[in-house]
Design a protein around this ligand. Structure first.
Ligand code: MEV
Length: 310
């Protein structure tokens, strides 16, 4: 017998980093993400493509990234003790979004594995229980995550996420079209989250003011999404980008891509996820999608058009 599961990648429309400190973030699940399949085996193994990873749960790995993956899997499977004690599993997964890009690749993978394991053992976890089971996995990779990635990876849709609160699914008039562009710069969310924490320790008042400003942009953005006011949403994204820049989370390359997208007609553009590299997003509509996509590709960015919505 085998079972399969899937998880969404995500983009943060507004509110990355402040969400770690209990403020809200507006985020969306992507159609792209990860898939996993599990079947009974003699010992638990984990293969991930296209990363070329093939590890055993019981063998310590020399490579630090693989060892991290092994520890993360162990943390996730702790939610299903039967998987480690009574019934070892062969887990095969495929990730369709780039790693270290701010698109929630690790959470998508974790949710895909958790869903497949849940179905294999017929434990019938709802979306929130799947998200919760993946949180310990995310902690292994990201240190102090807010929980937004694993939650959106499980639920999809567009939603307002706040730590410790039930997820508020967005009521939307229409879906949103986004162009996602990769800066080509590898980014570590763990590092950028730690950098923000250091800035906050050094100057709590200033950083808290920036957080409050972002939080109010997020709340306004949720209303703009609800009413389908794209121009306003775009302006709020631009303002969020400026505030992210003031926390030193942007890079010249991300700024260049955001400017190219705006010049090609995007309503607004900003980095998404941890920053310091990774991806940016640009808000577009039917007509502006292709020109913005081309503008980013002309800048050498691997970019794609996507739609997020109810
Ligand atoms: C990562 O996708 C978003 C951050 O806010 C970190 C987190 O929420 O865990 C930077």
């Amino acid at each position: 017998m085998s079972a399969a599961g899937a998880g969404h990648g995500k983009v943060i429309l507004l509110g990355e980093h402040v969400v770690v400190y209990g403020h809200p973030a507006l985020a969306a699940g992507l159609a792209q993400g990860a898939h996993a399949q599990v079947e009974a085996a003699r010992a638990t193994s984990f293969q991930v493509e296209p990363w070329g990873v093939d590890i055993s749960l019981d063998t310590e790995q020399d490579d630090p990234d693989r060892e991290l993956l092994r520890r993360a899997l162990r943390a996730l499977l702790a939610g299903w003790p039967q998987a480690t004690r009574a019934q070892p599993l062969r887990i095969r997964a495929e990730v369709a979004i780039p790693a270290g890009a701010g698109l929630g690749g690790s959470a998508a993978l974790g949710v895909a594995v958790a869903r497949a394991v849940d179905r294999f053992f017929d434990t019938q976890h709802a979306d929130q229980a799947i998200a919760d089971a993946v949180f310990p996995w995310e902690k292994v990779f990201h240190g102090n995550p807010s929980g937004v990635d694993n939650t959106l990876a499980a639920f999809g849709g567009v939603a307002l996420f706040q730590k410790g609160q039930p997820l508020q699914m967005g009521r939307m008039r229409r879906s949103l079209k986004l162009v996602v562009g990769h800066s080509g710069e590898a980014a570590s969310t763990k590092t950028t989250v730690a950098n923000v924490a250091r800035q906050r320790e050094r100057d709590p008042e200033k950083v808290e003011q920036i957080f409050e400003a972002v939080a109010s942009l997020v709340r306004n953005a949720a209303l703009a999404v609800e009413d389908g006011r794209l121009e306003h949403l775009g302006e709020l994204m631009d303002l969020n980008q400026q505030l992210l820049g003031s926390l030193m989370l942007s890079t010249p390359r991300l700024e260049e891509l955001c400017a190219a997208a705006r010049n090609a007609g995007a309503y607004g553009a900003k980095l998404t996820g941890g920053g310091g590299g990774g991806c940016m997003i640009a808000l577009v509509d039917e007509e502006r999608g292709d020109p913005v996509l081309r503008a980013l590709e002309d800048q050498g960015s691997q970019a794609f058009l996507t739609e997020v919505g109810p």
